[in-house]
Design a protein around this ligand. Structure first.
Ligand SMILES: [Zn+2]
Length: 68
């Protein structure tokens, strides 16, 4: 049976559960007893791009001394 990682949405606890496909995601509680948990997927679904992020608040004004 595959082991899934779950994260509690209430207390943030991260735990693993062994689930069969027929069990699905039902009846899973976090170690602290919360039922509001979601499955964490191992594959990264969000790719952060370093480029293209501009902060206009901290824009440096380049002081270029053009000597000519
Ligand atoms: Zn919890």
């Amino acid at each position: 049976m595959p082991v899934y990682t779950y994260i509690c949405s209430e207390c943030g606890a991260r735990f693993e559960q062994r689930r069969s496909f027929k069990d699905g995601d039902g009846n899973i509680t976090c170690p602290n007893g919360h039922v509001n948990v979601r499955r964490e997927y191992s594959a990264p679904s969000v790719v952060f791009k370093g480029s293209g992020w501009y902060s206009t608040d901290h824009r440096k004004k380049s002081t270029e001394a053009v000597k000519d």
